[in-house]
Ligand binder design. Structure first.
Ligand SMILES: Nc1ncnc2c1ncn2[C@@H]1O[C@H](COP(=O)(O)OP(=O)(O)OP(=O)(O)O)[C@@H](O)[C@H]1O
Ligand SMILES: O=P(O)(O)OC[C@H]1O[C@H](OP(=O)(O)OP(=O)(O)O)[C@H](O)[C@@H]1O
Ligand SMILES: O=C(O)c1cccnc1
Length: 476
């Protein structure tokens, strides 16, 4: 679904609250933060994604006649509110961290400021867009990390949870480091290279495997990656593929050859396949594997010395199967009465669920060699001093206080939208987002990027923000 058609893709309560805001607090402005608590796959960070769609969804939020008629038919909304919706134009400001940035638990990644009647309406829609793509981009980053610079092709459309998950999921996998997609709609929509091989049905449709390979070589000599596991990978598939590659070579046509293996023990099969291809003089032939791959399997088979050039990865990446939920939340952190800002807090029995009050900025701190070593969450109005007293953001941590020095602080939250006006750049080229993401990841300590038991990256609060939180906590 297009991001500008999402007004009703929301929970009823957003509209009943908005209607009531319109009646009860029409002038009141609010500020909401989006942040993630528990991160998927026990990772130390997530790759922020879905930002382009989220900003577009706010910018173009509107309801057409049919949608307004439906809302009217529910008999829950005042005539004045329905009229307001008819002429709806976004008046909120949006601040966001750049898409592709690795972000940590508890950090505000998007801030929405504006009339409560509007900002409240955006909650479910924004969480839907950002939770989904961030989850898939983060899973893709784990998988592409495990592939250790080999290409990961996205093959998930058939197993994604519905059309939108396939389309925007494919986009997210590119942000997470995949190189291509098999999904034509994603290729067209997001300008992603499309790539693929063939299905077993192609091989089975011909009298023999060799006939099928020859026919493919006639049609696509430049993409002659033959699926060799339909009958017997070592005794039939690979020898037949080699016969066809030799025929292509004899014809002196330009061709690009390779094989795909989709079953069996891929460590053993790819080692043997590599030897057979090399012995036949096809060192350039690329080996692609597929079949329910994820970062654990890829890491394990590469450790065993599997000989692989490309991975085709579908179901486990497009569904983030090992960790299928990202619980990003949208929390009120302040209300505005004219120029006056009143910070707000959500108190909880669970310490981890207490929110951070006030309008905030997130800074990434770099040491003199350019390595990122901590993030600091501050109030937006604060100037960071060069000797900075901070407190660990994790309320459960011991020895929370620390003094930071000798750093360069870069603000991560940027103002991008003010009403209907773009005031900052939103990158829409997915490969530029991918490149920026890789760069930001390269700045992080290696131990925070381990796939298993990564160290956590330090996230601190300024003393001022911490005091504000403590003050409001004791008040309630
Ligand atoms: N050497 C290996 N180490 C770890 N996992 C592997 C190895 N080889 C293959 N796998 C993975 O093991 C899983 C088992 O695959 P599966 O049970 O579907 O068997 P299969 O060989 O594909 O059989 P089928 O012919 O039914 O497709 C897949 O996810 C596959 O990628
Ligand atoms: O396993 P994934 O990571 O999702 O990769 C995509 C899978 O889709 C195709 O299989 P197909 O639908 O033909 O079924 P199969 O698993 O029986 O081969 C392909 O051969 C891969 O195995
Ligand atoms: O092109 C392929 O090889 C492909 C595409 C989707 C799913 N499985 C394989």
């Amino acid at each position: 679904m297009d991001p500008d058609r999402l007004a009703l893709l929301t929970d009823l309560y957003e509209f009943t609250m908005a209607n009531s805001f319109y009646q009860e607090l029409p002038m009141e402005e609010g500020v909401f933060d989006i942040f993630f608590r528990k991160l998927p796959d026990k990772g130390s960070f997530v790759i922020l994604a879905g930002i382009q769609q989220a900003v577009e969804a706010v910018e173009k939020f509107h309801l057409d006649e049919e949608e307004l008629d439906y809302l009217k038919s529910l008999d829950l909304f005042s005539a004045a509110f329905l009229k307001y919706l008819k002429n709806f134009q976004n008046e909120c400001k949006v601040w966001t961290i750049a898409e592709g940035t690795p972000v940590f638990s508890g950090e505000p990644v998007v801030t929405i400021e504006g009339p409560l009647v509007q900002a409240q309406l955006y909650e479910t829609m924004l969480l839907n867009l950002i939770n989904h793509q961030t989850l898939i981009a983060s899973k893709a980053r784990r998988i592409t990390t495990s592939a250790a610079k080999r290409a990961v092709m996205e093959f998930g459309a058939r197993r994604a949870q519905g059309p939108d998950a396939a389309l925007y999921g494919a986009r997210a996998t590119i942000i997470g480091g995949a190189v291509s997609t098999s999904n034509l709609l994603a290729g067209k929509r997001f300008n992603i290279p499309v790539a693929g091989t063939m299905a077993h049905s192609w091989i089975e449709s011909f009298p023999t495997e060799l006939d099928a390979f020859r026919a493919w070589a006639r049609q696509y000599p430049h993409n002659c990656s033959l699926l060799v596991d339909t009958y017997d990978t070592l005794n039939s598939g690979i020898p037949n593929a080699i016969i066809v590659f030799k025929e292509l070579r004899e014809k002196k046509v330009d061709f690009k050859c390779g094989i795909r293996i989709d079953s069996g023990d891929v460590t053993d099969l790819t080692k043997k396949a590599r030897r057979l291809l090399d012995e036949a003089g096809f060192e350039e032939a690329q080996i692609t594997i597929s079949n329910a791959l994820d970062e654990t399997i890829i890491e394990s088979i590469l450790d065993e010395g599997a000989q692989i050039d490309n991975f085709g990865v579908g179901e486990k990446m497009i569904t983030s199967s090992t960790s299928p939920v990202l619980g990003g939340v949208y929390k009120l952190c302040a209300v505005k009465h004219g120029n006056q800002i009143e910070p707000k807090i959500k108190v909880s029995e669970t310490k981890a669920k207490v929110t951070l009050p006030g309008i905030k900025q997130v800074y990434r701190l770099y040491d003199t060699s350019g390595r990122a070593f901590a993030d600091v969450i501050a109030l937006r109005e604060e100037k960071l001093s060069s000797t900075l007293a901070v407190v660990k953001a994790d309320m459960m941590a011991t020895k929370r206080e620390k003094v930071l020095q000798d750093f360069i602080a870069k603000p991560l939250l940027k103002s991008v939208l003010d009403g209907t006006k773009r005031v900052g750049e939103i990158q829409d080229d997915v490969f530029k987002i991918q490149a920026a993401s890789k760069h930001a990841l390269s700045e992080l300590p290696d131990e925070t990027k381990r796939l298993i038991n990564p160290s956590s990256f330090p996230v601190y609060l300024t003393i001022k923000l911490n005091n504000l939180q403590q003050e409001l906590l004791s008040k309630y």
